[in-house]
Design a protein around this ligand. Structure first.
Ligand SMILES: [Zn+2]
Length: 221
């Protein structure tokens, strides 16, 4: 195992190297695609249309527990749908959240509830931690600001659909949540719902990890 390829970082080292303040240890591999993908996204100018993002200072670099140029995303869909609280994300995540909202969540809210979508409730975004908080596991996509957890959806009339309450809730809530999960699978490479495991009973985990030998593998559960 070459040190340049695989870094095993205990708590203290990760805190020193990446600016992460705490958390159990994790395993992180240097993956050149992360930096390339982020730079391509930044160079594309795709974010220039969004006024609801703010730049934040770098989170420890492109690969290990961080990202070069993180953004705080506070709203999508021309500001009509808030992210609460704002999510800290790398560039490639932002257009995908925008598209998912526009193409799946907003139409599903209209179809199932006859209402406009007002808010995505964010249960987590950037976090320097191993997968599922298990010590010694791989660094979570949250550690690259390449993931977001969505726990609920608020409508313009004040109604709220939560993943926890609605997944096995009334028929309309169940149908809405399954519809938006299907839509998420079009935009993200990983979508984990309550069907996946108990750790995801109360949120959808969405990320853009590259999976499998060609990096094109998807998980939609
Ligand atoms: Zn997650």
């Amino acid at each position: 195992m070459r040190l340049s390829r695989v870094l095993v970082l205990p708590i203290l080292a990760s805190a020193l190297l990446s600016g992460c303040s705490s958390g159990p240890d994790f395993v992180a591999k240097y993956e050149p695609w992360r930096g390339k993908e982020e730079n391509a996204c930044l160079a594309s100018g795709i974010l220039s249309h969004t006024t609801f993002i703010a730049s934040r200072s770098a989170l420890g670099g492109p690969s290990v527990c961080g990202t070069e140029k993180p953004f705080e995303l506070s709203a999508v869909y021309d500001g009509r749908v808030s992210l609460k609280p704002a999510a800290l994300l790398r560039c490639p995540m932002i257009p995908q959240i925008e598209r998912w909202t526009r193409e799946s969540v907003v139409p599903a809210a209209r179809y199932y509830f006859g209402a406009e979508l007002a808010e995505l409730t964010i249960a987590g975004s950037y976090s320097c931690r191993p997968m599922n908080h298990v010590s010694g596991a791989k660094l979570s996509e949250h550690g690259y600001a390449n993931a977001v957890d969505v726990s609920g959806f608020k409508l313009s009339d004040g109604r709220k659909i939560t993943v926890l309450g609605g997944w096995n809730g009334n028929e309309t809530e169940q149908a809405f949540l399954r519809q938006v999960r299907r839509g998420a699978c079009q935009q993200f490479t990983t979508v984990l719902s309550p069907n996946y495991d108990r750790a995801h009973a109360d949120h959808f985990h969405l990320d853009l990890a590259r999976r499998g030998p060609n990096g094109l593998g998807n998980i939609c559960k």
